[in-house]
Design a protein around this ligand. Structure first.
Ligand SMILES: Cc1cc2nc3c(=O)[nH]c(=O)nc-3n(C[C@H](O)[C@H](O)[C@H](O)COP(=O)(O)O)c2cc1C
Length: 271
């Protein structure tokens, strides 16, 4: 079970240090073409690029967007308008955009480039919208920086396969099973000094809760617990950003009068 594709996939690492070498136009276009060739529901994405002042000094800075604008433009030419609700369209758009983005990562790695996603993008959607003059119905989902790799370290750990692949039935999950998976993750990140190097310990916000961790024992499960145990309690911030980009979650659409067929009959069709 060994071939160049598997070797690329299994040696993936997020890279945060780049050489000064600039990828050629051919390399850039090949990476984006490979991204486009990912499976799609409706190609609900666009890729923005800048080569200016990228984080971590990367030569390429992509922003992968969910894009309904292009869909609506061609539907209009065909005499249709969208009646599907924005939540459903966004879910398909997220999948299309994520698959395309990951294909870009793999293509880049196969050509010797490294990359790193930046996940705060949706919370800065309004700023990105202005910077790139985005039309309504385009939502910046995630940024991806890319360039020739300027650091070397082994791949980071993942959960054991038994904690991920469940055939026929979701297992009765004992604490021992959970703890074993935690151990694999925590020891793997500690062995690389990952959080120490990045100085990435998340502060405890609750004044009544004492900090007991140092970089000797602060690792992945504590880090992830601190994120989702403290942040993003209110969905409003994101809903506002979505609205600024022209998306309304939770709103029912009126049936399209131009559509001769009853729209409910088409909701379950393959996309
Ligand atoms: C959606 C998403 C958002 C991410 N956001 C960030 C980020 O903001 N900053 C960062 O340094 N890494 C970010 N990462 C990279 C992850 O930290 C990294 O993929 C994870 O720790 C696993 O490490 P590996 O990719 O080296 O295997 C993000 C990854 C994904 C998929």
């Amino acid at each position: 079970m060994d071939n160049p594709v598997l070797q690329t996939l299994l040696s993936h690492r997020s890279v945060r240090k780049f050489t000064s070498q600039k990828p050629s136009e051919e390399v850039l276009h090949t990476i984006v073409r490979a991204g486009q060739q990912a499976p799609f529901a409706s190609q609900l994405y666009s890729v923005l690029l800048t080569r200016k002042k990228a984080p971590f000094g990367a030569p390429l800075w992509f922003t992968i967007c969910v894009d309904l604008y292009k869909l609506e433009r061609f539907m209009k030419i065909r005499g249709w308008s969208v009646v599907s609700n924005d939540l459903s369209l966004l879910l398909f758009g997220f999948q299309d955009a994520a698959l395309m983005a990951e294909n870009m990562v793999i293509a880049g790695e196969s050509l010797g480039l490294g990359s790193c996603f930046l996940g705060n993008t949706p919370y800065q959607a309004d700023r990105i919208q202005k910077r790139y003059k985005l039309p309504q119905r385009v939502f910046p989902l995630v940024e991806l920086i890319m360039g020739y790799t300027g650091e070397d370290f082994p791949p980071r750990p993942r959960y054991p396969l038994e904690f991920t692949l469940f055939e026929d039935e979701y297992p009765q999950m004992s604490d021992e099973m959970v703890k074993e998976a935690m151990k694999v993750m925590d020891e793997g990140y500690l062995a690389q000094g990952y959080y120490r190097k990045l100085k990435a310990k998340i502060r405890i916000e609750d004044k009544g809760k004492k900090e007991t961790f140092t970089y000797d024992d602060y690792s992945w499960t504590e880090h992830i617990s601190r994120k989702w145990g403290q942040w993003l309690t209110d969905p409003q911030e994101l809903l506002v950003q979505l609205e600024k980009c022209g998306f309304k979650i939770g709103e029912k659409r009126l049936p399209n009068t131009m559509d001769p067929k009853d729209s409910t009959e088409h909701q379950k069709e393959d996309v």
